[in-house]
Write a protein that binds this ligand. Structure first.
Ligand code: BGP
Length: 489
């Protein structure tokens, strides 16, 4: 009889998570090419809704942006200048006691056009410098290969991941960075929130659906997702060939979905929505398309074009661990009125009257994280890593410069408490990287006012400010959480 586990394991990986396009800035220097993430930032706020992942754009819109016809872009929407300030920021992460730091390599910094014959040395050197700085403090890098940062030219010339050619471009990129950083990085993630491609083929895969007339968004998105599955498996294969003790994970935006009532129709709808979400980790972790998707594909006229060998590659090269983002739970109803915000998050979405909402309408559900962890453990029995969790909120800077973000402390402590319960339930939890340990540009709004950080950055939604960093109350709180390995919350 093994002893009941009462806490996080001694080598639990505490840290924080970012994405290149949301922190680096320097979007067009040192040889970096444009990425689709740079384009998404042009979409005006009013076209996005409160939290609209379906940030789809048309080919004409993109060409209009490039021709300078769309000029609503704030000069500093592309980050907080981590590109030049990474030493200062990493020192602050080290002060909190980080064991791990999640970042993405901006693919367009390495292969500016995506299909370049040779990589951009200045881009490779930048990440060498970042990993060396992390090493000084014994902070492990956890690196995302693609965090919504498809090189723009791969979208314009090939229409992104809808084109099977992207598998080759991606595996060349993966092999380049695995080889370059094989002695510095052992934790890798392939695609950030790979399921988002079905909400927004452009954000998730640089796919312009208006360039594929006669096909439904679903048909296009699931075909593009198939190419990403193959590419992810080939990258997993390459990683294990190049880096001895590597661990490769997939990454899902977990949308834990509840039925609104005990009406069996609601139960079935929630089960269906959970299946559509967990389909992505099923393929990554079990190495095959689950049978329940055959019915969905048939009923929605979706045919996945595969090549000989695809299924074998996916089967043979499954992931070593499962990582995911968790911010909220969602609730679906088959009858009655749907809520505008909740309906934006999931088809048939309604408010959960038992939960509070964030300033952006995200329903705060710490116990839902325990539910998600137990579900993942029972479904896959693989190590799990929470690589995004946090509260986007309006912060107020007091006269004396202090920022009393007790709401963020409350959110995080309740979620970490439930992680502890899940560990007692037997879940194998590797680590936790809070999303946005430093204020950064919101993905869904491209603004600064939706702040997540333990560290405040002086920059507003219009790009004005000194970019100076300062500590919020949550900075010392998180430092204590890490010092006590999650005992003091
Ligand atoms: C996830 C993305 C992150 C981050 C997070 C918070 O979907 O992986 O990049 O942006 O959402 O969302 P937002 O920035 O819209 O508040």
């Amino acid at each position: 009889m093994t002893n009941a586990i009462n806490g996080f394991k001694p080598d639990f990986l505490w840290g924080g998570a970012t994405a290149a396009n949301q922190v680096e800035g320097a979007y067009n220097i040192d040889g970096k090419g444009l990425s689709t993430a740079d384009m998404v930032k042009y979409i005006p706020k009013e076209e996005r809704g409160i939290h609209n992942f379906s940030m789809d754009v048309t080919a004409d819109y993109i060409e209009g942006v490039l021709a300078g016809k769309v000029n609503d872009r704030y000069p500093k929407r592309d980050g907080i200048d981590f590109y030049h300030r990474y030493k200062e920021d990493i020192a602050l992460f080290a002060e909190m006691g980080f064991k791990v730091f999640r970042l993405s390599i901006n693919w367009a910094r390495i292969f500016p056009n995506g299909d370049d014959a040779e990589p951009n040395e200045a881009g490779l050197q930048f990440y060498d410098n970042v990993f060396d700085e992390l090493k000084k403090y014994d902070i492990e890098p956890l690196v995302t290969l693609s965090h919504y940062e498809t090189p723009l030219e791969l979208s314009r010339k090939y229409n992104g991941w809808y084109n099977r050619k992207l598998i080759g471009f991606f595996t060349k990129y993966a092999e380049t960075v695995f080889s370059r950083y094989k002695d510095k990085v052992k934790y890798w993630l392939t695609f950030n929130e790979i399921n988002v491609i079905t909400h927004s083929p452009y954000t998730g895969g640089g796919v312009l659906i208006d360039k594929i007339p006669g096909k439904t968004k679903d048909q296009i998105a699931y075909q593009a997702a198939h190419h990403q599955f193959v590419a992810s498996s080939l990258a997993t294969k390459l990683a294990h060939e190049i880096i001895p003790d590597v661990q490769v994970g997939c990454m899902l935006a977990r949308m834990e979905t509840y039925p609104h009532t005990n009406n069996p129709d609601d139960i079935l709808e929630a089960q269906h929505q959970n299946d559509l979400n967990l389909f992505f980790t099923d393929v990554h972790a079990k190495g095959e398309y689950p049978s329940y998707m055959n019915r969905y594909f048939a009923e929605n006229n979706i045919t996945i074009e595969k090549e000989v060998g695809d299924d074998e590659i996916i089967k043979q090269y499954t992931v070593d661990f499962i990582s995911f983002s968790y911010y909220m739970s969602v609730t679906v109803a088959t009858q009655g009125a749907h809520d505008e915000v909740a309906g934006n998050m999931i088809k048939g979405g309604v408010k959960n009257e038992y939960l509070e909402s964030s300033d952006w309408g995200w329903q705060i559900d710490p116990k839902g994280l325990r539910v998600a962890l137990r579900d993942f453990h029972n479904r896959y029995n693989k190590p799990l890593f929470i690589v995004e969790n946090g509260l986007g909120a309006f912060d107020t800077v007091e006269e004396d410069g202090s920022i009393h973000d007790d709401y963020r402390i409350a959110y995080l402590s309740k979620h970490i408490e439930q992680m502890k319960e899940a560990v007692k339930d037997g879940v194998d939890l590797m680590g936790f990287t809070a999303w946005g340990p430093i204020d950064l540009v919101s993905m869904s709004t491209s603004e600064m006012s939706k702040r997540y950080g333990f560290i405040y950055v002086d920059q507003d939604d219009d790009g004005n400010g000194t970019l100076n960093r300062s500590k919020k109350d949550s900075f010392d709180w998180y430092k204590k959480v890490i010092e006590t390995n999650g005992e003091e919350l």
